[in-house]
Design a protein around this ligand. Structure first.
Ligand SMILES: [Zn+2]
Length: 107
């Protein structure tokens, strides 16, 4: 199995094997972001209200990405529950903000 293309990944994340393992990871991690936990914060998933679309807060992340470690795709020890923010940090999608421009102005 390979998970290199978006189609392959999509297929994987829709598989029942993944859905099942994901639930195991979430319950093992107490439905808490593991990075927030290390910082002493508790970030839990939003509660689904009947008839409402659930706002997803938590992701189950592969510590070793499936793209490079397909053999670890379904290994519980390779999974970690992360909030959206920390998931983005891990994926390098959040960068430090540049100083606002007006800060440079001197009078
Ligand atoms: Zn977090």
């Amino acid at each position: 199995m390979e998970y290199k293309t978006p189609e392959q990944k999509k297929k994987f994340y829709r598989s029942s094997a993944w859905q099942e393992l994901r639930q195991q990871a979430l319950s093992r991690d107490n439905y808490e972001c593991q990075w927030c936990k290390k910082e002493g914060k508790v970030t839990i998933d939003s509660i689904k209200e009947y008839g409402q679309r659930k706002e997803i807060v938590l992701n189950v992340d592969h510590k070793y990405p499936i793209e490079h470690y397909p053999q670890l795709a379904l290994v519980l020890d390779n999974l970690e529950t992360l909030c959206v923010y920390h998931h983005n940090v891990k994926e390098g999608r959040i960068f430090k903000r540049k100083k606002p421009k007006w800060d440079d102005e001197r009078w």
